[in-house]
Design a protein around this ligand. Structure first.
Ligand SMILES: Cc1cc2nc3c(=O)[nH]c(=O)nc-3n(C[C@H](O)[C@H](O)[C@H](O)COP(=O)(O)O)c2cc1C
Length: 342
């Protein structure tokens, strides 16, 4: 398949820029300020530590998510297959990147389809919520879910990314009502996510009222999409504009707690700058159900399936040892572990 559509070209740019340039936020996740209370006598056996859990009716061996990234091009198809194969084999969850390109060019649909290699995977479809203000409706959302036989739909929220790019979609008025309509009619769980600037209390309240089933905070401290747009900018003004937002956003640790406070029973996914299984353990102790990573898995997937396996296994062991040394034998017990703030 030739990569000719503007969206496909943009997706190729995103991957290249993420791999070649420094697109790190100027902020940290805030997780480095939190510490578990180390237990020198944990009174549990490491091999009995159980990091499994059920999320959205699917069993996961460990609460790790490969965050939504890609699709739409030949290279993206290879990456999706590599990521999905590793996720299936290790029992973690995965999201594909925005499927808009496949809704507009049906030939691109195959680049998102991973069910053949991942029949049991907790798999998330993905669309930009803003498309609901530009002609998309429930039928587009249903097609995205059916296209990949997804378990749930991610609607991503990226107003800052749209605002700092040339020709971005910046008419966001009235969007919440449209998200609400999707949540009420689609028949699968809808998860709202940011893309690296976090979810505030006010946004969480709006999303609760919309009826979303989960919120992925995708907070600041990792990949910065204004930095990605800075590297794609067609002129100096746009470049400078995008670059000025390097320090923007709600750090991941803070965003998890804001959402938890606003909606204590909401299913929360943590992502945005998580670097390892210890970060995931901290996010779970702060109120999240699982931890997602995008950038780190992209860098592994361009090398090989084995490298993705390695990354997952390292993350899994880091998480289990963090559980062991805090005396948490299960994920339920980890959610009750205390963190101290430095
Ligand atoms: C190459 C790449 C492409 C991405 N594309 C999407 C996308 O299509 N949809 C989406 O919701 N998020 C997308 N994201 C954002 C991630 O899902 C995630 O929210 C963000 O990168 C923060 O996580 P990180 O700091 O672990 O990279 C993408 C991230 C990367 C690195």
């Amino acid at each position: 398949m030739e990569e000719v559509t503007p969206i496909a070209r943009r997706k190729t740019d995103h991957i290249r820029i993420n791999l070649e340039e420094n697109v790190q936020s100027g902020l940290t996740t805030g997780l480095e300020q939190y510490h578990f209370i180390h237990r020198a006598v944990p009174e549990i056996n490491l091999e009995e530590v159980d990091s499994s859990l059920v999320i959205l009716d699917k069993h996961l061996n460990t609460p790790i998510l490969i965050s939504s990234m890609t699709g739409g091009t030949v290279d993206a198809k290879k990456l999706n297959i590599i990521l999905a194969t590793a996720a299936q084999e290790t029992g973690i969850a995965m999201g594909v990147g925005s499927q808009r390109t496949a809704l507009e060019d049906p030939k691109a649909a195959s680049t998102f389809k991973v069910r053949k290699v991942a029949p049991d995977l907790l798999l998330f479809a993905n669309l930009g919520a803003i498309q609901l203000n530009f002609g998309y409706d429930i039928s587009h959302c249903q097609r995205a879910v059916e296209m990949i036989e997804a378990d749930a739909l991610y609607l991503h929220l990226n107003p800052l990314q749209e605002a700092v790019q040339h020709g971005g979609d910046t008419s966001w008025k009235g969007l919440a009502k449209k998200i609400e309509r999707v949540c009420k009619t689609i028949g699968v769980p809808v998860i709202a996510k940011e893309v690296g600037w976090g979810i505030s209390e006010r946004t969480a309240r709006i999303l609760v009222d919309c009826g979303v089933s989960a919120i992925d905070v995708a907070g600041a401290g990792g990949t910065s999409w204004s930095q990605v747009e800075m590297h794609r900018a067609p002129d100096e003004l746009t470049r400078e504009l995008a670059g000025s937002f390097v320090g923007w956003g709600i750090p991941t640790a803070e965003s998890i707690q804001l959402v938890k406070k606003t909606a204590p029973s909401m299913l929360i996914f943590a992502s945005g700058g998580l670097k390892d299984g210890i970060d995931i353990a901290k996010c779970i102790a702060l109120g999240a159900a699982l931890g997602g990573m995008a950038g780190p898995f992209l860098k592994a997937a361009v090398i090989s399936t084995e490298k993705v396996h390695h990354q997952i296994e390292l993350t899994r062991q880091q998480l289990r040892i963090a559980m062991f040394t805090t005396g948490a034998g299960t994920i339920g017990s980890l959610t009750r572990s205390k963190l101290i703030k430095a």
